[in-house]
Design a binder for this molecule. Structure first.
Ligand code: MG
Length: 459
């Protein structure tokens, strides 16, 4: 069966593969799924700032209403604001129209269960099966759903964050933050949240614009050069950049230096496990060893998962984890919600700076540094499974291999670092990640392992 849902919902180019017809069908299928479990479900819908948001929201809303689902429109909001609202307001489901950090011609549909967490693979597959079978549970004329609107989501979200950090300590410091929302949904929340936390805000790309005129939406170094400059020019305490739907936050230190997501994840993990005297933390196998180093220092434990925030969140929930997240700026705070959240990440970094009373660069310098090297190799999709098994067989005989982990692809622990060989879920490629203390070693190992994987693909 064709898969519609990827790692983060359904995505595509608007009016090519992400069409009204698809959104309408997903609305009907989702409504059918919900009605098999609840007699009169209520679903919250929201959107990010893209030009096609109303078009797709209208289509999916029509589909949901046709099955007898009530739909509450909570407006243009970040993804974590929708997720928190669904949980707090006890909606039966939530849907956000967003393509996160993808270019403006893209849009997508992402689902939320009644506890605010992202839909599990099982639920997505059930919705897909209903969609492809067209076995919709359409209501008679008198029982179609009722649409309504609610504009309290953003205040609810602010109150949730402010009650979970040391707001008085943050306010006292009067931080100066350079904020780059990338013209995305974070424009609706981040500037006000920072003001509520007593910060002076220097804004960049903080006007909503679905064409993303200010910068590309992905918060990677080459897209944040203006923010780095802004931090230096304005002597800001630090800078922060959000992606298009504001679930991820990337930080810039007071010197205008980019902080990789591994490091910010480690800083927050270190702080939380210190406060809690240990605890379980969760992150995907791609995260740098610096995270495990700081968690172990505090007698904490790291559980590794496959790549993707829904799996990180569900493993956190199962293990009663104290913290978790991804190396791309997606941090998950279980006391708030089991979803990546830029607002809570921002507030927590402010709390750490307020309590430590030291500059961000100094705190980051205390996190161990590793060199990461990434490369990719072409591999037909139908060969991936076979190649992975071959890799494991090949590695068993190598003397420098300490351990082999099959959580996601094949991760090989060496005496001086690790290599992860992972087939892409969407493209005909194998990704090879290498981490080592030394740059030259990482590059050397990457070349050697790339050659091994290539030879196994070709044989
Ligand atoms: Mg995102």
């Amino acid at each position: 069966m064709t898969r519609l849902f990827g790692t983060n919902g359904i995505r595509g180019v608007v009016n090519q593969d992400m069409t009204n017809e698809l959104a309408l069908g997903i609305g009907k299928a989702w409504g059918t799924y919900l009605k098999q479990r609840i007699s009169r479900p209520t679903c919250a819908v929201g959107t990010d700032a893209r030009l096609s948001n109303h078009m797709l929201k209208s289509a999916i809303t029509a589909g949901l209403l046709s099955t007898g689902c009530n739909v509450v429109d909570i407006g243009l909001i970040p993804t974590p604001t929708l997720q928190y609202t669904v949980k707090q307001k006890r909606f039966d489901a939530g849907v956000i129209i967003t393509a996160s950090h993808n270019p403006p011609q893209f849009n997508g549909i992402k689902g939320t269960a009644n506890d605010g967490t992202e839909l599990t693979k099982d639920v997505e597959e059930t919705i897909e099966t209903i969609y492809f079978s067209r076995q919709y549970d359409t209501s008679d004329w008198g029982n179609v759903g009722t649409p309504s609107t609610w504009d309290g989501a953003i205040d609810l979200y602010f109150n949730g964050i402010l009650s979970r950090v040391d707001t008085p300590a943050i306010k006292k410091q009067k931080f100066h933050v350079a904020l780059d929302c990338g013209n995305g949904a974070g424009c609706r929340t981040a500037p006000i949240l920072l003001q509520k936390l007593g910060c002076k805000v220097t804004k960049l790309n903080c006007n909503l614009d679905g064409t993303f005129p200010g910068r590309h939406s992905e918060p990677i170094p080459e897209n944040l050069t203006k923010l780095m400059k802004k931090v230096r020019e304005n002597n800001a305490s630090f800078g922060v950049a959000l992606d298009g739907d504001a679930d991820r936050a990337i930080f810039i230190d007071e010197n205008g230096e980019y902080i990789w997501g591994d490091k910010s994840l480690s800083l927050v993990g270190k702080y939380i496990t210190f406060e809690k005297k240990g605890g379980i933390t969760v992150t995907p196998v791609t995260t740098s060893t610096c995270f495990e180093d700081v968690i172990r220092q505090n007698k904490g434990e790291v559980v590794y998962t496959k790549v993707g925030s829904p799996i990180v969140a569900s493993v956190m929930k199962k293990n009663h984890a104290v913290f978790g997240g991804e190396e791309n700026g997606g941090l998950i705070f279980p006391e708030f919600q089991y979803c990546r959240d830029s607002g809570m990440s921002l507030a927590k970094i402010l709390e750490i700076l307020a309590r430590e009373n030291r500059p961000l660069s100094e705190l980051i310098a205390e996190i161990p540094s590793y060199e990461m090297f990434k490369t990719k190799i072409a591999c037909p999709n139908d060969k991936k499974e076979h190649v992975m098994n071959q890799i494991v067989e090949h590695m068993k005989n190598k003397s420098d291999v300490r351990d082999i982990d099959r959580t996601d692809g094949v991760k090989v622990y060496l005496n001086h670092g690790w290599v992860l060989m992972r087939p892409s879920g969407t493209e005909p490629i194998f990704r090879v990640y290498v981490e080592s203390k030394e740059k030259s070693k990482a590059e050397q190992v990457a070349t050697a392992y790339k050659n091994i994987v290539r030879s196994l693909i070709e044989c």
